[in-house]
Design a protein around this ligand. Structure first.
Ligand code: ZN
Ligand code: ZN
Length: 550
Protein backbone atom coordinates (compact mmCIF):
# COMPACT_ATOMS: atom_id res chain seq x y z
CA UNK A 1 0.00 0.00 0.00
CA UNK A 2 1.34 3.46 -0.85
CA UNK A 3 1.74 6.18 1.77
CA UNK A 4 -1.65 7.70 2.49
CA UNK A 5 -3.11 10.59 4.47
CA UNK A 6 -6.67 10.76 5.64
CA UNK A 7 -7.76 14.00 7.32
CA UNK A 8 -10.68 13.40 9.72
CA UNK A 9 -10.93 17.02 10.82
CA UNK A 10 -9.39 20.47 10.56
CA UNK A 11 -9.22 20.64 6.75
CA UNK A 12 -11.93 22.97 5.55
CA UNK A 13 -12.77 24.18 9.05
CA UNK A 14 -11.15 25.76 12.09
CA UNK A 15 -10.89 23.17 14.85
CA UNK A 16 -11.33 19.40 15.35
CA UNK A 17 -7.86 18.65 14.01
CA UNK A 18 -7.26 14.98 13.37
CA UNK A 19 -5.13 13.32 10.68
CA UNK A 20 -4.53 9.66 9.93
CA UNK A 21 -1.26 8.65 8.24
CA UNK A 22 -0.90 5.10 6.94
CA UNK A 23 1.38 2.83 4.95
CA UNK A 24 1.75 -0.94 4.59
CA UNK A 25 0.92 -2.47 7.96
CA UNK A 26 1.18 0.69 10.08
CA UNK A 27 -0.86 3.77 10.82
CA UNK A 28 -0.65 6.82 13.10
CA UNK A 29 -3.03 9.55 14.16
CA UNK A 30 -1.87 13.12 14.67
CA UNK A 31 -4.09 15.11 17.08
CA UNK A 32 -7.66 14.43 18.08
CA UNK A 33 -9.48 17.68 18.72
CA UNK A 34 -12.95 19.08 19.12
CA UNK A 35 -14.65 22.02 17.55
CA UNK A 36 -17.29 24.20 19.05
CA UNK A 37 -20.77 23.96 17.59
CA UNK A 38 -21.98 26.54 15.11
CA UNK A 39 -25.17 28.49 15.84
CA UNK A 40 -27.10 26.05 13.61
CA UNK A 41 -26.12 23.06 15.77
CA UNK A 42 -28.91 23.29 18.32
CA UNK A 43 -28.31 21.63 21.67
CA UNK A 44 -24.80 20.47 20.77
CA UNK A 45 -21.94 21.05 23.22
CA UNK A 46 -19.06 19.65 21.20
CA UNK A 47 -18.32 18.30 17.76
CA UNK A 48 -15.80 15.46 17.44
CA UNK A 49 -14.47 13.58 14.40
CA UNK A 50 -16.02 10.43 13.04
CA UNK A 51 -13.73 7.79 14.51
CA UNK A 52 -14.84 4.91 12.29
CA UNK A 53 -11.77 5.04 9.99
CA UNK A 54 -9.56 4.81 13.11
CA UNK A 55 -11.55 1.94 14.59
CA UNK A 56 -11.33 0.12 11.26
CA UNK A 57 -7.53 0.32 11.57
CA UNK A 58 -7.28 -0.65 15.22
CA UNK A 59 -4.87 -3.50 14.34
CA UNK A 60 -2.36 -1.29 12.57
CA UNK A 61 -2.74 1.86 14.66
CA UNK A 62 0.61 2.43 16.44
CA UNK A 63 -0.25 5.54 18.39
CA UNK A 64 -1.80 8.96 18.74
CA UNK A 65 0.65 11.87 18.51
CA UNK A 66 -0.36 15.19 20.03
CA UNK A 67 1.26 18.36 18.72
CA UNK A 68 0.09 20.59 21.60
CA UNK A 69 -2.55 20.95 24.30
CA UNK A 70 -5.23 23.14 22.70
CA UNK A 71 -8.79 21.81 22.75
CA UNK A 72 -8.92 21.62 18.97
CA UNK A 73 -6.01 19.13 19.20
CA UNK A 74 -6.65 17.11 22.38
CA UNK A 75 -10.33 17.73 23.21
CA UNK A 76 -11.66 14.54 21.64
CA UNK A 77 -8.97 12.21 23.03
CA UNK A 78 -11.13 10.89 25.91
CA UNK A 79 -13.87 9.95 23.43
CA UNK A 80 -11.39 8.13 21.19
CA UNK A 81 -9.83 6.32 24.15
CA UNK A 82 -13.25 5.11 25.23
CA UNK A 83 -13.32 3.13 22.00
CA UNK A 84 -9.58 2.35 21.88
CA UNK A 85 -8.42 2.30 25.53
CA UNK A 86 -5.04 0.69 24.84
CA UNK A 87 -3.96 3.18 22.17
CA UNK A 88 -0.62 4.71 23.21
CA UNK A 89 -0.70 8.52 23.33
CA UNK A 90 2.41 10.65 22.81
CA UNK A 91 2.88 14.32 23.60
CA UNK A 92 5.01 16.91 25.37
CA UNK A 93 5.05 17.22 29.15
CA UNK A 94 2.60 20.11 29.28
CA UNK A 95 0.31 18.62 26.63
CA UNK A 96 0.08 15.39 28.61
CA UNK A 97 -0.47 17.32 31.85
CA UNK A 98 -3.48 19.08 30.30
CA UNK A 99 -4.71 15.79 28.87
CA UNK A 100 -4.43 14.12 32.29
CA UNK A 101 -6.74 16.75 33.83
CA UNK A 102 -9.26 15.99 31.14
CA UNK A 103 -8.96 12.20 31.41
CA UNK A 104 -9.45 12.39 35.18
CA UNK A 105 -12.73 14.22 34.69
CA UNK A 106 -13.83 11.46 32.32
CA UNK A 107 -12.55 8.72 34.63
CA UNK A 108 -10.67 7.42 31.61
CA UNK A 109 -7.32 5.64 31.99
CA UNK A 110 -4.66 6.09 29.32
CA UNK A 111 -1.32 4.90 28.14
CA UNK A 112 0.65 8.19 27.98
CA UNK A 113 4.24 8.70 26.82
CA UNK A 114 6.27 11.89 26.96
CA UNK A 115 8.02 13.26 23.88
CA UNK A 116 11.19 15.33 24.02
CA UNK A 117 12.27 17.75 21.25
CA UNK A 118 14.62 16.21 18.68
CA UNK A 119 14.50 12.79 20.39
CA UNK A 120 13.39 10.28 17.79
CA UNK A 121 10.76 7.64 18.56
CA UNK A 122 10.03 4.42 16.61
CA UNK A 123 6.40 3.50 16.08
CA UNK A 124 6.07 0.47 13.79
CA UNK A 125 7.81 1.37 10.56
CA UNK A 126 7.61 5.09 11.34
CA UNK A 127 10.21 7.21 13.13
CA UNK A 128 8.88 10.37 14.73
CA UNK A 129 10.99 13.36 15.67
CA UNK A 130 9.28 16.17 17.60
CA UNK A 131 10.50 19.65 16.72
CA UNK A 132 9.98 22.63 19.01
CA UNK A 133 7.55 25.27 17.74
CA UNK A 134 6.42 28.52 19.36
CA UNK A 135 2.64 28.91 19.70
CA UNK A 136 0.03 30.41 22.03
CA UNK A 137 0.50 27.54 24.48
CA UNK A 138 3.80 26.26 25.91
CA UNK A 139 5.52 23.05 24.88
CA UNK A 140 4.17 22.70 21.33
CA UNK A 141 5.65 20.47 18.66
CA UNK A 142 5.87 20.03 14.95
CA UNK A 143 6.49 16.42 13.90
CA UNK A 144 8.97 15.04 11.39
CA UNK A 145 7.63 11.61 10.47
CA UNK A 146 10.04 9.36 8.58
CA UNK A 147 9.18 6.11 6.79
CA UNK A 148 10.48 4.19 3.77
CA UNK A 149 8.63 6.59 1.44
CA UNK A 150 10.36 9.65 2.87
CA UNK A 151 9.86 12.39 5.45
CA UNK A 152 6.59 14.13 6.20
CA UNK A 153 6.69 17.32 8.25
CA UNK A 154 3.52 18.25 10.12
CA UNK A 155 3.94 21.73 11.61
CA UNK A 156 1.16 21.45 14.19
CA UNK A 157 0.10 25.00 15.07
CA UNK A 158 3.07 27.33 15.06
CA UNK A 159 4.30 30.87 14.92
CA UNK A 160 7.76 32.26 14.49
CA UNK A 161 8.65 34.26 17.55
CA UNK A 162 12.28 35.14 18.01
CA UNK A 163 11.64 36.51 21.52
CA UNK A 164 9.16 34.10 23.10
CA UNK A 165 8.61 34.47 26.84
CA UNK A 166 10.01 31.04 27.61
CA UNK A 167 12.91 31.32 25.13
CA UNK A 168 11.63 28.25 23.25
CA UNK A 169 11.92 29.32 19.62
CA UNK A 170 10.61 27.42 16.60
CA UNK A 171 13.42 25.03 15.61
CA UNK A 172 14.16 26.62 12.24
CA UNK A 173 17.63 25.06 12.19
CA UNK A 174 16.20 21.56 12.24
CA UNK A 175 13.50 22.44 9.70
CA UNK A 176 16.36 23.59 7.42
CA UNK A 177 18.46 20.46 7.98
CA UNK A 178 15.54 18.18 7.19
CA UNK A 179 14.81 20.29 4.13
CA UNK A 180 18.37 19.87 2.92
CA UNK A 181 18.07 16.07 3.14
CA UNK A 182 14.76 16.10 1.34
CA UNK A 183 11.19 16.29 2.62
CA UNK A 184 8.52 14.33 0.82
CA UNK A 185 5.59 16.40 2.00
CA UNK A 186 5.00 19.45 4.18
CA UNK A 187 1.68 19.81 6.01
CA UNK A 188 1.53 23.32 7.40
CA UNK A 189 -0.77 25.46 9.59
CA UNK A 190 -2.93 27.70 7.37
CA UNK A 191 -4.91 29.63 10.02
CA UNK A 192 -3.35 32.99 9.11
CA UNK A 193 -2.53 32.39 5.42
CA UNK A 194 -4.65 35.41 4.53
CA UNK A 195 -2.74 37.75 6.84
CA UNK A 196 0.19 39.45 5.11
CA UNK A 197 3.54 40.10 6.74
CA UNK A 198 5.05 38.38 9.76
CA UNK A 199 3.34 37.68 13.05
CA UNK A 200 4.59 39.90 15.90
CA UNK A 201 6.13 38.41 19.02
CA UNK A 202 4.05 37.56 22.07
CA UNK A 203 5.99 40.33 23.82
CA UNK A 204 4.49 42.93 21.47
CA UNK A 205 1.30 43.00 23.55
CA UNK A 206 3.08 43.99 26.76
CA UNK A 207 2.70 47.78 26.25
CA UNK A 208 -0.99 47.52 25.29
CA UNK A 209 -1.80 45.37 28.31
CA UNK A 210 0.28 47.59 30.60
CA UNK A 211 -1.60 50.65 29.41
CA UNK A 212 -4.99 48.96 29.87
CA UNK A 213 -4.04 48.19 33.48
CA UNK A 214 -2.36 51.47 34.30
CA UNK A 215 -5.12 53.77 33.10
CA UNK A 216 -8.06 51.92 34.62
CA UNK A 217 -9.69 53.67 37.58
CA UNK A 218 -11.50 50.54 38.82
CA UNK A 219 -11.35 46.79 38.52
CA UNK A 220 -9.74 45.29 35.45
CA UNK A 221 -10.84 41.96 34.06
CA UNK A 222 -8.74 40.36 31.33
CA UNK A 223 -10.50 37.62 29.38
CA UNK A 224 -8.15 35.10 27.81
CA UNK A 225 -7.67 31.44 26.93
CA UNK A 226 -6.95 29.44 30.06
CA UNK A 227 -4.07 27.61 28.36
CA UNK A 228 -2.28 30.78 27.22
CA UNK A 229 0.34 30.48 29.94
CA UNK A 230 2.62 33.11 28.43
CA UNK A 231 -0.17 35.68 28.32
CA UNK A 232 -1.02 34.80 31.93
CA UNK A 233 2.64 35.24 32.87
CA UNK A 234 2.73 38.69 31.29
CA UNK A 235 -0.41 39.72 33.14
CA UNK A 236 0.83 38.41 36.49
CA UNK A 237 4.04 40.41 36.05
CA UNK A 238 2.16 43.54 34.95
CA UNK A 239 -0.24 43.22 37.89
CA UNK A 240 2.65 42.96 40.33
CA UNK A 241 4.22 46.07 38.78
CA UNK A 242 0.92 47.98 38.84
CA UNK A 243 0.17 47.09 42.47
CA UNK A 244 -2.85 44.92 41.69
CA UNK A 245 -3.68 41.58 43.28
CA UNK A 246 -4.91 38.84 40.93
CA UNK A 247 -8.05 36.73 41.15
CA UNK A 248 -8.45 33.74 38.82
CA UNK A 249 -12.02 33.40 37.59
CA UNK A 250 -12.73 30.03 35.99
CA UNK A 251 -12.13 26.45 37.05
CA UNK A 252 -10.03 25.55 34.01
CA UNK A 253 -7.90 28.67 34.50
CA UNK A 254 -7.26 27.69 38.12
CA UNK A 255 -6.27 24.17 37.08
CA UNK A 256 -4.01 25.31 34.27
CA UNK A 257 -2.21 27.86 36.44
CA UNK A 258 -1.58 25.20 39.07
CA UNK A 259 -0.40 22.68 36.46
CA UNK A 260 1.85 25.16 34.66
CA UNK A 261 3.45 26.48 37.83
CA UNK A 262 3.99 22.90 39.01
CA UNK A 263 5.96 22.29 35.80
CA UNK A 264 7.78 25.61 36.26
CA UNK A 265 6.30 26.95 33.04
CA UNK A 266 4.73 29.80 35.01
CA UNK A 267 6.22 31.86 37.80
CA UNK A 268 3.72 33.36 40.18
CA UNK A 269 5.10 36.32 42.15
CA UNK A 270 4.62 35.46 45.86
CA UNK A 271 1.53 36.89 47.53
CA UNK A 272 0.00 38.00 44.23
CA UNK A 273 -2.93 35.62 43.94
CA UNK A 274 -6.06 36.37 45.91
CA UNK A 275 -9.02 34.07 46.56
CA UNK A 276 -12.21 35.30 44.80
CA UNK A 277 -14.01 35.56 48.19
CA UNK A 278 -11.35 38.07 49.33
CA UNK A 279 -11.73 40.35 46.29
CA UNK A 280 -14.23 42.58 48.12
CA UNK A 281 -11.71 43.33 50.86
CA UNK A 282 -9.36 45.37 48.66
CA UNK A 283 -10.03 48.59 46.71
CA UNK A 284 -11.34 48.08 43.15
CA UNK A 285 -8.30 49.76 41.59
CA UNK A 286 -6.02 47.19 43.23
CA UNK A 287 -7.74 44.23 41.58
CA UNK A 288 -7.03 42.35 38.37
CA UNK A 289 -9.29 39.44 37.47
CA UNK A 290 -8.09 36.92 34.89
CA UNK A 291 -11.11 35.23 33.44
CA UNK A 292 -12.22 32.54 31.04
CA UNK A 293 -15.18 33.19 28.76
CA UNK A 294 -13.64 35.46 26.14
CA UNK A 295 -15.72 33.64 23.50
CA UNK A 296 -18.96 34.48 25.29
CA UNK A 297 -19.46 30.86 26.35
CA UNK A 298 -22.64 30.53 28.40
CA UNK A 299 -22.00 29.74 32.09
CA UNK A 300 -18.39 30.98 31.80
CA UNK A 301 -16.86 33.18 34.47
CA UNK A 302 -17.03 36.31 32.35
CA UNK A 303 -20.66 35.85 31.34
CA UNK A 304 -21.56 35.47 35.01
CA UNK A 305 -19.71 38.71 35.77
CA UNK A 306 -21.47 40.52 32.92
CA UNK A 307 -24.91 39.30 33.98
CA UNK A 308 -24.41 39.96 37.70
CA UNK A 309 -24.78 36.28 38.59
CA UNK A 310 -21.26 35.69 39.88
CA UNK A 311 -21.23 34.44 43.49
CA UNK A 312 -18.29 36.52 44.73
CA UNK A 313 -17.29 39.15 42.14
CA UNK A 314 -19.16 41.98 40.52
CA UNK A 315 -18.58 44.72 37.97
CA UNK A 316 -19.83 48.29 37.92
CA UNK A 317 -19.48 51.52 35.95
CA UNK A 318 -15.83 52.53 35.68
CA UNK A 319 -14.51 48.97 35.61
CA UNK A 320 -12.81 47.64 32.53
CA UNK A 321 -12.86 44.36 30.62
CA UNK A 322 -9.99 43.59 28.25
CA UNK A 323 -10.51 40.94 25.57
CA UNK A 324 -7.04 39.46 25.17
CA UNK A 325 -7.92 36.75 22.67
CA UNK A 326 -9.15 36.40 19.14
CA UNK A 327 -12.75 35.75 18.20
CA UNK A 328 -13.07 32.15 17.09
CA UNK A 329 -15.15 32.15 13.89
CA UNK A 330 -18.78 31.38 14.77
CA UNK A 331 -18.59 33.05 18.19
CA UNK A 332 -19.00 36.64 16.98
CA UNK A 333 -22.66 36.92 18.02
CA UNK A 334 -22.09 35.51 21.49
CA UNK A 335 -19.15 37.87 22.01
CA UNK A 336 -21.16 40.87 20.83
CA UNK A 337 -23.97 39.94 23.26
CA UNK A 338 -21.44 39.70 26.08
CA UNK A 339 -19.90 43.07 25.22
CA UNK A 340 -23.40 44.60 25.11
CA UNK A 341 -24.15 43.28 28.61
CA UNK A 342 -20.90 44.85 29.79
CA UNK A 343 -21.70 48.14 28.07
CA UNK A 344 -25.09 48.22 29.84
CA UNK A 345 -23.27 48.01 33.17
CA UNK A 346 -21.20 51.02 32.15
CA UNK A 347 -18.07 48.85 31.89
CA UNK A 348 -15.34 49.96 29.52
CA UNK A 349 -14.53 47.29 26.89
CA UNK A 350 -10.98 47.17 25.54
CA UNK A 351 -10.42 44.92 22.52
CA UNK A 352 -8.79 44.58 19.15
CA UNK A 353 -8.40 46.25 16.69
CA UNK A 354 -8.47 49.55 18.62
CA UNK A 355 -6.08 48.27 21.27
CA UNK A 356 -3.11 45.95 20.83
CA UNK A 357 -4.04 43.57 23.63
CA UNK A 358 -3.77 40.31 21.70
CA UNK A 359 -1.38 38.75 19.22
CA UNK A 360 -1.93 35.58 17.23
CA UNK A 361 -0.22 32.29 17.92
CA UNK A 362 -0.28 31.34 14.24
CA UNK A 363 2.22 32.11 11.47
CA UNK A 364 1.31 34.87 9.00
CA UNK A 365 1.98 34.54 5.27
CA UNK A 366 5.65 35.61 5.47
CA UNK A 367 6.31 33.14 8.30
CA UNK A 368 4.74 30.39 6.22
CA UNK A 369 7.03 31.39 3.35
CA UNK A 370 10.06 31.07 5.60
CA UNK A 371 9.08 27.51 6.58
CA UNK A 372 8.44 26.61 2.94
CA UNK A 373 11.86 27.95 1.89
CA UNK A 374 13.64 26.11 4.68
CA UNK A 375 11.86 22.80 4.12
CA UNK A 376 11.69 22.99 0.29
CA UNK A 377 9.22 20.11 0.24
CA UNK A 378 8.60 17.87 -2.76
CA UNK A 379 4.89 18.34 -2.19
CA UNK A 380 2.64 20.47 -0.01
CA UNK A 381 -0.73 20.09 1.69
CA UNK A 382 -2.15 23.04 3.64
CA UNK A 383 -3.81 22.00 6.93
CA UNK A 384 -5.71 23.69 9.79
CA UNK A 385 -8.01 26.15 8.08
CA UNK A 386 -11.20 26.86 6.26
CA UNK A 387 -11.28 26.43 2.47
CA UNK A 388 -10.22 30.05 1.87
CA UNK A 389 -7.21 29.71 4.19
CA UNK A 390 -6.13 26.44 2.55
CA UNK A 391 -6.43 27.97 -0.90
CA UNK A 392 -4.38 31.04 0.11
CA UNK A 393 -1.70 28.81 1.66
CA UNK A 394 -1.48 26.71 -1.51
CA UNK A 395 -0.82 29.91 -3.46
CA UNK A 396 1.91 30.87 -1.00
CA UNK A 397 3.56 27.46 -1.48
CA UNK A 398 3.45 27.87 -5.25
CA UNK A 399 5.00 31.33 -4.93
CA UNK A 400 7.84 29.64 -3.01
CA UNK A 401 8.55 27.26 -5.90
CA UNK A 402 6.50 24.16 -5.07
CA UNK A 403 4.93 23.20 -8.45
CA UNK A 404 1.13 23.54 -8.55
CA UNK A 405 0.58 19.87 -9.39
CA UNK A 406 2.33 18.96 -6.14
CA UNK A 407 0.29 21.34 -3.93
CA UNK A 408 -3.02 19.80 -2.98
CA UNK A 409 -5.92 21.37 -1.15
CA UNK A 410 -7.59 18.42 0.57
CA UNK A 411 -10.63 18.34 2.85
CA UNK A 412 -11.94 16.19 5.66
CA UNK A 413 -12.73 12.71 4.40
CA UNK A 414 -10.38 12.84 1.39
CA UNK A 415 -8.03 9.89 1.06
CA UNK A 416 -4.76 11.33 -0.26
CA UNK A 417 -1.99 9.22 -1.74
CA UNK A 418 1.53 10.64 -1.75
CA UNK A 419 2.71 9.53 -5.19
CA UNK A 420 5.98 10.45 -6.89
CA UNK A 421 4.06 12.90 -9.06
CA UNK A 422 2.62 14.57 -5.96
CA UNK A 423 -0.34 14.16 -3.61
CA UNK A 424 -3.45 12.72 -5.26
CA UNK A 425 -6.99 12.42 -3.96
CA UNK A 426 -7.85 8.78 -4.62
CA UNK A 427 -11.08 8.43 -2.71
CA UNK A 428 -13.57 10.42 -0.72
CA UNK A 429 -15.09 8.88 2.37
CA UNK A 430 -18.61 9.89 3.18
CA UNK A 431 -17.66 12.36 5.84
CA UNK A 432 -19.48 12.56 9.12
CA UNK A 433 -18.95 14.18 12.48
CA UNK A 434 -20.38 13.37 15.89
CA UNK A 435 -22.40 16.04 17.66
CA UNK A 436 -22.10 15.50 21.38
CA UNK A 437 -24.09 16.30 24.42
CA UNK A 438 -21.32 16.83 26.98
CA UNK A 439 -23.30 15.46 29.91
CA UNK A 440 -24.35 12.19 28.30
CA UNK A 441 -21.41 11.80 25.92
CA UNK A 442 -24.00 10.56 23.44
CA UNK A 443 -23.56 11.48 19.81
CA UNK A 444 -26.52 13.04 18.05
CA UNK A 445 -26.94 11.60 14.54
CA UNK A 446 -26.84 13.91 11.53
CA UNK A 447 -30.56 13.21 10.86
CA UNK A 448 -31.48 14.41 14.33
CA UNK A 449 -29.51 17.60 13.77
CA UNK A 450 -31.48 18.21 10.57
CA UNK A 451 -34.74 17.75 12.46
CA UNK A 452 -33.65 20.23 15.12
CA UNK A 453 -32.78 22.75 12.46
CA UNK A 454 -36.18 22.37 10.82
CA UNK A 455 -37.82 22.78 14.22
CA UNK A 456 -35.82 25.91 14.94
CA UNK A 457 -36.50 27.49 11.57
CA UNK A 458 -40.08 26.50 10.92
CA UNK A 459 -41.69 24.86 13.96
CA UNK A 460 -43.68 21.65 14.26
CA UNK A 461 -47.07 20.53 12.98
CA UNK A 462 -48.64 17.32 14.23
CA UNK A 463 -51.45 15.79 12.20
CA UNK A 464 -53.66 13.16 13.79
CA UNK A 465 -55.79 10.81 11.65
CA UNK A 466 -58.43 8.88 13.57
CA UNK A 467 -59.65 5.79 11.65
CA UNK A 468 -62.63 3.63 12.36
CA UNK A 469 -61.43 0.12 13.23
CA UNK A 470 -64.29 -1.49 11.37
CA UNK A 471 -64.62 0.56 8.20
CA UNK A 472 -61.02 1.80 8.05
CA UNK A 473 -62.35 5.26 7.13
CA UNK A 474 -61.59 8.61 8.73
CA UNK A 475 -63.93 9.05 11.70
CA UNK A 476 -63.43 12.81 11.83
CA UNK A 477 -61.53 15.45 9.89
CA UNK A 478 -57.73 15.32 10.45
CA UNK A 479 -56.73 17.13 13.66
CA UNK A 480 -53.85 19.59 13.48
CA UNK A 481 -51.67 20.77 16.35
CA UNK A 482 -48.69 23.07 16.06
CA UNK A 483 -45.81 24.66 17.91
CA UNK A 484 -43.85 27.62 16.60
CA UNK A 485 -45.94 28.00 13.43
CA UNK A 486 -47.69 31.26 12.63
CA UNK A 487 -49.59 31.40 9.30
CA UNK A 488 -50.85 34.80 8.05
CA UNK A 489 -54.55 33.97 8.60
CA UNK A 490 -54.52 31.08 11.07
CA UNK A 491 -58.21 30.11 10.94
CA UNK A 492 -58.27 29.93 7.16
CA UNK A 493 -54.88 28.26 7.02
CA UNK A 494 -55.73 25.37 9.34
CA UNK A 495 -59.09 24.81 7.65
CA UNK A 496 -57.44 24.76 4.23
CA UNK A 497 -54.73 22.41 5.44
CA UNK A 498 -57.33 20.07 6.86
CA UNK A 499 -59.27 20.13 3.60
CA UNK A 500 -56.17 19.49 1.49
CA UNK A 501 -55.11 16.53 3.61
CA UNK A 502 -58.61 15.07 3.39
CA UNK A 503 -58.61 15.49 -0.39
CA UNK A 504 -55.21 13.90 -0.87
CA UNK A 505 -56.21 10.97 1.33
CA UNK A 506 -59.42 10.55 -0.64
CA UNK A 507 -57.36 10.09 -3.78
CA UNK A 508 -55.41 7.21 -2.25
CA UNK A 509 -56.47 3.74 -3.50
CA UNK A 510 -58.47 2.15 -0.71
CA UNK A 511 -56.23 -0.88 -0.52
CA UNK A 512 -53.40 1.37 0.71
CA UNK A 513 -55.37 2.61 3.72
CA UNK A 514 -54.34 -0.44 5.70
CA UNK A 515 -50.74 0.71 5.42
CA UNK A 516 -50.35 3.35 8.13
CA UNK A 517 -46.96 4.52 6.94
CA UNK A 518 -48.42 5.26 3.48
CA UNK A 519 -51.24 7.23 5.11
CA UNK A 520 -48.77 9.14 7.27
CA UNK A 521 -46.58 9.95 4.31
CA UNK A 522 -49.45 11.24 2.15
CA UNK A 523 -50.83 13.35 4.99
CA UNK A 524 -47.42 14.78 5.92
CA UNK A 525 -46.62 15.57 2.31
CA UNK A 526 -49.89 17.44 1.87
CA UNK A 527 -49.17 19.55 4.97
CA UNK A 528 -45.57 20.25 3.92
CA UNK A 529 -46.61 21.30 0.42
CA UNK A 530 -49.23 23.68 1.65
CA UNK A 531 -46.88 25.25 4.20
CA UNK A 532 -44.28 25.72 1.51
CA UNK A 533 -46.82 27.41 -0.70
CA UNK A 534 -48.30 29.75 1.92
CA UNK A 535 -45.33 30.52 4.17
CA UNK A 536 -42.28 29.41 2.21
CA UNK A 537 -41.38 27.30 5.24
CA UNK A 538 -41.03 23.57 5.77
CA UNK A 539 -42.08 22.80 9.34
CA UNK A 540 -41.31 19.42 10.78
CA UNK A 541 -44.51 17.42 10.26
CA UNK A 542 -45.39 14.63 12.66
CA UNK A 543 -48.22 12.40 11.37
CA UNK A 544 -50.01 10.10 13.80
CA UNK A 545 -52.61 7.47 12.82
CA UNK A 546 -54.93 6.09 15.48
CA UNK A 547 -57.49 3.31 15.07
CA UNK A 548 -60.55 3.38 17.28
CA UNK A 549 -63.55 1.15 18.01
CA UNK A 550 -66.96 2.64 18.50
ZN1 ZN B 1 -5.26 24.52 16.45
ZN1 ZN C 1 -3.18 25.63 18.81
Amino acid sequence: MPLRLLPLGGLGEIGMNCLLIERAGDSLVVDCGVRFPGPEMHGVDLVVPDFRPLLARRDTLRGLLLTHGHEDHIGAVPYLLRALPALPVYGSRFTLALLRQKLEEFGQGANLHELVPRASLKLGSFAIEPLRVAHSIPDGFALAITCAEGVIIHTGDFKIDETPLDGEVTDLVRFGELGQRGVRCLLSDSTNAMVTGACPSERSVTPGLAEALREAPGRVVVALFSSHIHRIQQLLDLAAAAGRRVVLNGRRLDQNVTTASGLRLLEIPPGLLLAPEAAGSIPARELLVLSTGAQGEPRSGLVRLATGTHPTLHLEAGDRVVFSSRQIPGNELAIAALQNSLARLGVDVVAEPDHHVHVSGHAYADDQRLILRLVRPHSFIPIHGEARHLKAHREIAMSCGVPGERCLVAYNGDVVELTHAGPRRVEQLEFQRAFLNRATGVGLPEQLMKERQLLAESGLIAIVLVLDAVTGELRQPPALLSRGVLPPDPDAFWKDTQRRVTEELAEMPHALWADFSALEEVAARAVRRYCKKVMERRPLVLPVVVKTHG
